[in-house]
Ligand binder design. Structure first.
Ligand code: PNS
Length: 168
């Protein structure tokens, strides 16, 4: 039987428990979940693409269906290149629903036949965002409820290093 595959694209700057909720649920539906760190070469994130990939790999270590990749182009080019027919995205509320619907339509125009499935966030995940995690980390708040255990130390280290070099 043909293997079922989906792409879960995102910035993952950094990975959060909200992302992990989507990955774990997608892994119950699909044989393979390709977690794609999609990055704009002109746009600098907080964590480098390599750091984001490394953190995702740690966080997904116990999910055999998950595979982490990085891609610096259009989502629709990636899906065409890899012959991926399904994209999965999490939706936290009506704001996400609007932007995700627009993105799904554009991606479907760029790669006809590509389907986007939207998963509503699980209870306890709807309030988590990477930008909120970055802000909490900056002020030294406890990140345990928001990010996978496996990457807590990496995030703290990054902020400690930034404080030392006075970059923040
Ligand atoms: O985690 P994010 O920031 O919500 O993820 C957004 C992402 C990376 C999925 C989106 O910006 C994207 O697909 N970028 C790649 C460029 C692209 O294809 N843009 C057109 C989609 S409308």
């Amino acid at each position: 039987m043909k293997e079922s595959v989906c792409l879960f694209p995102g910035s993952f700057d950094p990975v959060t428990n909200g992302h992990m909720d989507v990955i774990r649920r997608a892994a119950k539906i699909f044989d393979r979940v390709i977690v794609g760190v999609l990055h704009n070469p002109d746009k600098q994130g907080l964590f480098s693409v390599e750091q984001r990939v490394a953190m995702l790999k740690k966080a997904c270590a116990d999910i055999p269906q998950a595979e982490v990749i990085a891609y610096g182009g259009l989502l629709a080019d990636l899906t065409r290149e890899k012959n991926i027919r399904v994209v999965i995205r999490g939706v936290r509320g009506t704001g996400d629903l609007e932007s995700e619907t627009a993105m799904a339509r554009i991606n479907g125009q760029l790669d006809p036949g590509l389907e986007t499935l939207l998963l509503p966030a699980s209870p306890g995940c709807g309030e988590i965002s990477a930008s909120m995690v970055r802000q909490l980390a900056q002020f030294g708040a406890d990140l345990k409820p928001y990010v996978p255990r496996a990457v807590l130390r990496d995030i703290r280290k990054m902020y400690a290093a930034n404080r030392k070099t006075g970059e923040e």
